[in-house]
Design a protein around this ligand. Structure first.
Ligand code: C2E
Ligand code: MG
Ligand code: MG
Length: 786
């Protein structure tokens, strides 16, 4: 046997170096692809992909080694020990494949680095095991070369595994793996010397077993390739589908969308976002930085550097937060974008929604909710909120509740168009007068309100000023309208809550109206109680009517011609279960206010007629009818029904009306009066001299009796003026052929005085007090001092 040694360059066939490097590169490319699959695989499939990586990587390194060995020292006989060769394949899978596969699932960089380094060291292990399988020659290895070889393997594999996949194109990783595997192999071989039997033939030493093994290695690689390619294809198909679906969704969605990586790189966006942000086409690109994107947005919307910096800082804060952020960004052109930033594993997804119209609608709704559309003033709701705020603050406020007088008449006479313009005109005057010192609102209908912080005195001056200003005429085209107003004034010093304030101002307003309108009244203690009393009384009046608590007292009327009792005046009495007898002077005005007088008056008419029918036929009954009752369209019906029910002839019924009733009822009066008189009913003018006392009334309105008010009779003896009035009325009655009656005769002097003036009849305590049962007395037999 002839021993031969050779230098490294002479001992390696270049074509096999190329073949080995190609196989190695192919394996490395496969590994890169398989790692990608393993990363996206589900947990259950991941372990199978890791196994494939381990096998492909191990077999790839092993095959590279043995293909290279096929072209090594072709000049000497080389045999391979089968078991050791197989062990070397297992070593490649265990020492190279497994660490490499594990590096795929390492999350930390240092872990990937260590796994890669282990795989690199594994290449050396596999090489040494593979070399140990050589038979038929003596080999010596250089420790130095082996160390350098291993170092190259360790460093390159560590780098190939540790470098982030996204940052490195596959070619870098493939190159590093090729350098690691081939570098280890050839550097180690460079320090290896083989001495063996020389042959002339090419590749005489290749055994069948080695061929089978390398063929198996190649088959495994092919299988790996097939697996990787079919998986990649499936993935690609899926990816394409996903991409298409995603692109369609992004294009068609009404929201803008943006995804930003943790490293502040724009990964995804849609065209809608660009439109929303006024970004020109092509301004935005995937991969641009968050800063660049916001700078572009800023310059497209006219933001200055500070604003861009602020917005950038906000975005950074949202991205790192654990939970969702919702904000609204108002652009200079008025648009409002609602932005929701949802953090994800590696960055954040931002969605943009143009809510300008929605916010505008909300604003309009809230404006409608707080503003009166007709006058432009704040509405009741707004007033209540202002009052609530005012009640929470230390500073006292005063509420002026303004009610327009005669507004209804204007509305009814001139129509709602003029009514609306009038309200707007009033609102304008109020705004001008109140200006900065208060808040003006329309409380409802023809009621306005002013809330002011000026003191008690100033607020009363303001109220008087308002009364005076509102009274000034309003001109609409060629129409001039005059109204007035009443004002209730109340300050928070006197109240405990907004509701209380409103209630007391309302009570004060009621008082202002009661005292003749066209004035302001401030709430004073006791008003509330008085109102409460009135309410109570009102309720009790209703009960009284239902439970028959009324009765009639009758006061005799004496003819002065022969001192005979010619009739009785029916005077209502209320026998209250707890209050005792309540005077009509107390409850009649309330009954008039509430309208209850119509029902009460009906009862009086019926009861008076019912009793009068039992009296001598020469006696009449006088029934008082109040102004409100007289105005009621029911009066005629009530009168006729009372007469019909009782059977009393109409001429025995006299109706007493006050001058006020006659004056207030205007044109309707004449009709009612003449209807009553046509029935045969007599009409007396009660309390003459105290009301309007216009003699013109006597001239124009047909009446059958004038009742001279008792105030004149009471003072006549000592007061020449009163005496003159009685005298004048009596004389006038005589001239107009209207009989006169003097009321309130309490003593003989008064009786002889009125008798001397020529009064036709008299009524008073002297003649008889109002009594429940007049017929129990024989009035005709009574005699009076002359
Ligand atoms: P009036 O119609 O003028 O009635 C006369 C009032 O003078 C009665 O008071 C009567 O009691 C009182 N009176 C009679 N003689 C004298 C006297 O000599 N001296 C004094 N100081 N007073 C005398 P009364 O009953 O309290 O009624 C008060 C007013 O209430 C009535 O005034 C009348 O306007 C009204 N009234 C009474 N009953 C009714 C009714 O049924 N319907 C309506 N609408 N009003 C009524
Ligand atoms: Mg009367
Ligand atoms: Mg009277």
């Amino acid at each position: 046997m002839q021993s031969v040694s050779a230098s490294f360059l002479d001992s390696q066939s270049p074509s096999f170096v190329l073949a080995a490097a190609t196989i190695c590169a192919f394996s490395a490319w496969l590994i890169v692809g398989l790692r990608g699959q393993a990363e996206i695989a589900t947990t259950s499939l991941k372990r199978w992909w890791l196994l494939v990586i381990a096998v492909v990587a191990g077999i790839g390194v092993w095959t590279t080694h043995f293909v290279a060995m096929l072209g090594y020292r072709t000049d000497i006989v080389l045999n391979y020990h089968l078991e050791t060769t197989v062990i070397s394949a297992a070593a490649a899978i265990i020492a190279v494949g497994i660490p490499l596969a594990l590096s795929t699932i390492c999350t930390q960089l240092w872990m990937r680095f260590v796994a890669g380094a282990a795989a690199g060291l594994g290449i050396g292990v596999m090489h040494i095991t593979g070399m140990a399988a050589l038979e038929g020659c003596n080999q010596s290895q250089s420790i130095g070369f082996n160390i350098v070889a291993c170092l190259v393997g360790v460093i390159c594999m560590a780098m190939a595994c540790a470098l982030p996949r996204r940052a490195n194109p596959p070619v870098v990783t493939v190159s590093l793996v090729v350098v690691a595997v081939c570098g280890t192999h050839f550097l180690s071989l460079a320090g290896t010397v083989l001495v063996g039997e020389q042959v002339d033939q090419l590749l005489p030493g290749i055994q069948g077993a080695l061929s089978v093994l390398t063929a198996t290695g190649a088959a495994i690689l092919l299988l790996g390739t097939f697996l990787a390619m079919s998986a990649a294809k499936r993935f690609e198909t899926q990816e394409t589908l996903h991409t298409r679906v995603l692109a369609t969704a992004l294009r068609n969605m009404s929201n803008g969308i943006l995804t930003v990586s943790a490293t502040e790189v724009i990964e995804l966006y849609n065209e809608r976002l660009c439109t929303m942000l006024n970004l020109a086409p092509g301004t935005m690109t995937r991969g641009m930085s968050l800063t660049a994107y916001l700078e572009q947005t800023g310059s497209a919307n006219g933001w200055d550097g500070d604003r861009v910096a602020r917005v950038l800082a906000n975005h950074r804060a949202w991205i790192v937060k654990d939970d969702e952020t919702r904000v609204e960004h108002v652009f200079d052109d008025g648009r409002i974008l609602s932005i929701v930033c949802q953090p994800i594993d590696d960055g954040a997804v931002l969605t943009f929604d143009d809510v300008t119209q929605a916010r505008e609608a909300q604003r309009e709704i809230s404006q409608l909710a707080y503003q009166d559309p007709l006058t432009g003033l704040a509405n009741r709701r707004s007033l209540v909120e202002h009052m609530t705020q005012a009640s929470e603050s230390e500073q006292p406020v005063t509420l002026l509740l303004i009610d327009l007088d005669r507004f209804k008449a204007v509305n009814d006479t001139f129509g709602h168009g003029i009514g609306d313009r009038l309200l707007a005109g009033v609102a304008e005057r109020l705004n001008e007068m109140v200006g900065e010192i208060g808040f003006v609102a329309r409380h409802g209908g023809d009621e306005m309100a002013v809330l002011t912080r000026v003191g008690a005195e100033a607020s009363e001056t303001l109220a008087e000023h308002i009364v005076a200003e509102i009274e000034k005429p309003y001109t609409f085209d060629d129409l001039t309208v005059v109204i007035g107003c009443s004002i209730g004034v109340c300050g928070t010093e006197e109240t405990s809550s907004p509701a209380d304030l409103m209630q007391r101002a309302d009570i004060a307003l009621y008082e202002a109206k009661r005292h003749g309108r066209g004035r302001a009244a401030r709430y004073t203690p006791g008003m509330m109680e008085a109102i409460a009393d009135r309410h109570l009384l009102e309720n009790e009046l209703r009960i009284a009517l239902a439970e028959n608590q009324f009765y009639l007292a009758f006061q005799p009327i004496m003819a002065l011609m022969d001192d005979s009792i010619v009739g009785f005046e029916a005077l209502i009495r209320w026998e209250h279960p707890t209050r005792g007898t309540v005077s009509p002077a107390t409850f009649i005005p309330l009954a008039e206010e509430t309208g209850l007088i119509v029902s009460i008056g009906r009862w009086v008419l019926e009861e008076a007629c019912r009793q009068a029918i039992t009296w001598p036929t020469n006696q009449h009954v006088a029934v008082n009818v109040s102004a409100v009752q007289f105005r009621s369209p029911m009066l005629l019906a009530h009168v006729t029904s009372a007469l019909a029910k009782s059977g009393l002839p109409a001429h025995r019924l006299e109706i007493e009306l006050t001058e006020t009733a006659l004056v207030e009822n205007g044109p309707q009066l004449v009709h009612t009066l003449s209807s009553l008189r046509q029935l045969g009913i007599k009409i007396a003018m009660d309390d003459f001299g105290t009301g309007y006392s216009s003699f013109a009334h006597l001239r124009d309105l047909p009446v059958d009796r004038i009742k001279i008010d008792r105030s004149f009779v009471a003072s006549a003896i000592n007061d020449k003026h009163s005496m003159a009035v009685i005298k004048a009325i009596t004389q006038m009655g005589r001239d107009m052929s209207i009989p006169t009656l003097a009321e309130g005769i309490e003593d003989a002097d008064q009786l002889s005085l009125v008798r001397s003036f020529g009064c036709d009849a008299a009524q008073g305590y002297l003649i008889g007090r109002p009594e429940r049962a007049p017929l129990s007395l024989s009035h005709n037999e009574l005699t009076y001092a002359a």
